[in-house]
Design a protein around this ligand. Structure first.
Ligand SMILES: [Zn+2]
Length: 399
């Protein structure tokens, strides 16, 4: 294994458990989907690991009837042992096609810490998919460095919306367009429903319970467990209370990316979904003060040394738009999309469009409402990220 060039000299050793790759597996012999649960993709987020273990222990101890199989896998085991987000590279940013190709061409001896983790995790995911005939569905459990209400993240597809509807927490869409290579995209790109749940602050005593609740309701949303099961009912009450008055559906409108050596420092006191007005001072880095470029609700303000995203801004989407976009997707008028300005069909590829970078913003919006989402080259994503923009160029649908 390659030594890690960026390993922090001070490694915190908050080992409280030795984490196996498979945290638990359960089915009651009934057909249904393969519900893959990943936890601890970031090593300083052990609440998801505990939550996944506990839910599977309860399923096993009570022999609860389940349609399908649930399997929980740990993410970054080395970082979990160290209590760090990652040791060399962020394990939740290495699932782009380019990174997967690099992994497959590299020999295992050349792997750094996260390369080894990814290789093992990918093999485990593929094995589980081969072992169970049902359709895979992903739930990836996380926590955040800032506090605030729990929320779910997904690509905007009808199947994801219907899965997320089982969880009474805000659903934030568009994150996969703002960050490159999350595990979520790996499954979503292969047509599987995939959801991330952020359960609250890393060390909050509430985080584990919220993630357990999210997992029970994920089983409901996957069609595996009755919505009337007592664990699901209790989870619904807990999450509804934790979500408070945050809008149920939101979209990411801005990402503040941290550059190499930026020395980013978020001002204290921000929590997920705090309202922010345009021009508000949010952080400092070596270039000076960082003010909000627009009004919105702040998401995932960064209060830990590791991480590439300083903060996100999102805004609510009205339920009317949601219903309208669902009707649009079922209307059949998708065939007209290539006649929009800046949009062209891609020859020999069904439901794939090429979109000019300069296409009017309304075009991006219309495409999103039809369930299309961005798939861009890394270079382009990087250039847009440097300009602090969120959407990319080139959409493919994932419905
Ligand atoms: Zn995380």
């Amino acid at each position: 294994m390659q030594p890690c060039s960026t390993l922090s000299p001070k490694v915190t050793t908050t080992v409280e458990f030795e984490v196996p790759r498979c945290l638990g597996r359960y089915d009651s012999g009934c057909p249904g989907p393969l519900m893959l649960v990943t936890a601890g993709m970031h090593g300083n987020e052990p609440a998801g690991v505990r939550a996944a273990r506990r839910v599977i222990e309860i399923l096993q101890a009570q022999a609860i009837p389940l349609a399908g199989r649930v399997v929980a896998l740990s993410g970054n085991r080395a970082a979990l042992r160290a209590g760090e987000r990652f040791l060399c590279r962020d394990l939740n940013r290495v699932w782009s096609e380019a990174e997967l190709t690099r992994l497959s061409k590299r020999s295992p001896e050349e792997d750094d810490v996260e390369g080894r983790e990814q290789r093992e995790l990918l093999a485990a995911i593929r094995r589980e998919i081969e072992d169970w005939p049902g359709e895979p569905i992903l739930l990836d459990l996380h926590t955040t460095s800032g506090g605030g209400a729990p929320f779910a993240l997904s690509a905007d597809t009808l199947q994801n919306r219907s899965l997320a509807r089982a969880l009474p927490i805000p659903l934030v869409m568009g994150l996969e367009e703002g960050i490159n290579g999350p595990l979520l995209s790996y499954l979503a790109d292969r047509g599987s429903p995939a959801l991330v749940v952020e359960g609250g602050q890393h060390t909050s005593p509430n985080a584990q319970g919220r993630l357990e609740a999210a997992l029970w309701l994920f089983l409901v949303g996957s069609g595996a467990l009755s919505a009337e099961h007592p664990c699901a009912q209790a989870g619904r009450v807990l999450l509804r209370k934790a979500a408070g008055e945050v809008p149920p559906l939101l979209e990411i409108v801005h990402v503040h990316r941290i550059g190499e050596g930026d020395d980013f420092h978020m001002l204290p006191g921000f929590a997920n979904f705090d309202p922010i007005e345009v021009g508000r001072l949010l952080a400092y880095d070596r270039h000076g003060p960082i003010r909000s470029p627009q009004s919105g609700l702040i998401l995932m303000p960064l209060y830990q040394p590791q991480g590439q995203d300083g903060f996100f801004l999102c805004r609510g989407i009205s339920p009317g738009w949601l219903a309208f976009s669902e009707a649009l997707r079922r209307s059949g008028c998708e065939a007209l999309l290539p006649s929009l300005p800046g949009v062209a069909a891609v020859p020999h590829r069904k439901r794939c469009l090429r979109v000019e970078e300069e296409a009017p913003p309304i075009v991006w919006k219309v495409l999103r409402h039809f369930g299309y989402r961005k798939r861009v080259g890394e270079g382009l994503l990087q250039r847009r990220a440097e300009r602090g923009e969120c959407p990319g160029a080139g959409f493919v649908p994932c419905d």
